[in-house]
Ligand binder design. Structure first.
Ligand SMILES: [Zn+2]
Length: 446
């Protein structure tokens, strides 16, 4: 099977050819653990989860690394705000994150390294960069000198002026160039920090991914992923650090970036305040529904998030559950479905193929039902037995159902049988049948 991937680096679709056919290696930037994640943060977790599941159907070994950033100014600020110890805050947030990832049916990465466990690796990398003439000491900081790397800016395609004009770099007097970035910075006594030859301090954000990807995947690996907002400066800087330290041409062969989740067409973000946490969404819908919704658009396009959209995703998943009932998982994956995923992970096309299979299964095709069941697993769907799926969702919607039943009873009292029937049909679509008796209306799950 030929896989095509859109490579942010080359800005076109490329045939995926791993460095080592026997071992595909992939790194995805994980969360900064200062608060629970929102739906926008969940997108890369789900997108790259599907990529890993798919690659594992083709290659004998796939190593998937997703880091945890547990040292960052955002964490320090949040801990102060909460009047909480930094390690208590990060421990608590990591636990929340793991629970959210589990609720979204994301498979665990093979390695989930924490930045604070890799300070020595980072310091070693920083030392190499200083020795190679790519980094310098100034005002207690160690800074990467962007002018020491002729290729700097190749991933984002930005030139130095654009970087400064975009105000995405911090201008500071002690920098040789405004775009120079921090590898190590001083910490106050009593603040989070480590002793080093550059003084008591802490690492910059970018250096951790260079250090941890090298440790777990090597100096050059296949795929590096993350959200669109990480292209500049984070990934640009990772490339600069890794390539200059290792004297390599590439850090990763393919760079993949997922698009934003939007709310009313504005990027969902903590700073905009228009975010919905995964937890809030999980209160109303199963994690599988959120997953479906985030895979219903192509990973590079924006997806506008709404609870209305989740409702539609739930109905769509209900159809897949009904049409695959009675079949077990096996290793046969539908070919058209695989071709869709091989074409730059076209999940919306893959999902529409699942619905075609569902239709064929409803017409009696056992092959289609079987393929539907097994192929769905690659997208992380159909995690429940049918009875459990419908009951679970009903628990969430129980209140809704009771409300609908009383509306129907009111309609019947008003002799508005048309409306009463409509509500009955609606309930039937949800998999609920109702029985009227002298003692009132009872309902049950089909
Ligand atoms: Zn990173």
């Amino acid at each position: 099977m030929n896989i095509e991937i859109y490579n942010t680096f080359s800005k076109n679709n490329q045939k995926f050819e791993p460095i080592d056919e026997k071992h595909v290696r992939l790194y995805v930037c994980g969360p900064t653990v200062y608060d629970s994640i929102h739906v926008g943060n969940a997108r890369p977790i789900i997108v790259f989860d599907v990529l890993v599941r798919f690659l594992r159907t083709i290659y004998p070994k796939v190593t998937y690394v997703r880091n945890i950033t547990d040292v960052d100014d955002k964490i320090i600020i949040q801990a102060k705000k909460n009047k909480e110890n930094i390690s208590d805050l990060t421990k608590r947030t990591i636990k929340l994150f793991s629970e959210d990832a589990k609720s979204l049916f994301a498979i665990n990465p093979d390695y989930e390294p924490r930045a604070t466990d890799h300070i020595q690796e980072m310091l070693k990398l920083i030392k190499t960069l200083v020795n190679n003439g790519n980094a310098y000491l100034a005002n207690g900081h160690v800074l990467f000198s962007v002018s020491s790397m002729p290729d700097y800016g190749n991933l984002s395609g930005m030139n130095l002026n654009e970087m400064v004009d975009g105000a995405r770099v911090e201008v500071a007097e002690y920098k040789k160039e405004p775009a120079d970035f921090v590898l190590w910075k001083p910490s106050e006594k009593g603040e989070l920090g480590w002793e080093s030859e550059y003084g008591f301090g802490r690492p910059g954000w970018h250096i951790e991914c260079s250090a941890m990807s090298e440790k777990y995947l090597g100096k050059e690996f296949d795929i590096h992923g993350g959200g669109l907002d990480l292209i500049f400066p984070h990934h640009e800087n990772e490339i600069a650090q890794s390539c200059c330290a290792h004297k390599t041409k590439i850090m990763a062969k393919y760079w993949m970036h997922n698009g934003y989740i939007t709310v009313n067409n504005e990027k969902m973000s903590k700073s905009e305040g228009n975010f919905i946490t995964v937890r809030d969404a999980l209160d109303k819908f199963n994690g599988e529904v959120i997953r479906y919704s985030l895979l219903s658009g192509h990973y590079r396009s924006p997806i506008d998030f709404s609870f209305e959209g989740l409702k539609e995703s739930k109905s769509a998943l209900d159809r897949l559950y009904r049409s695959s009932e009675g079949f077990n998982f096996d290793n046969n994956i539908d070919e058209e479905f695989s071709i869709a995923l091989s074409s730059d992970l076209n999940t919306p096309l893959a999902i529409s193929r699942l619905h075609e299979l569902a239709k064929e299964s409803n017409k009696g095709s056992k092959t289609a039902g079987q393929l539907l069941k097994s192929s769905s697993r690659l997208l992380g769907f159909l995690n429940y037995d049918n009875s459990k799926w419908f009951i679970q969702n009903i628990e969430i919607e129980e209140k809704n159902i009771e409300k609908m039943i009383s509306e129907r009873n009111r309609a019947r009292q008003d002799r508005n049988f048309e409306l009463a029937d409509k509500i009955r049909d609606k309930l039937a679509n949800l998999g609920i049948s109702i029985e009227d008796s002298e003692n009132g209306t009872k309902w049950r799950v089909n």
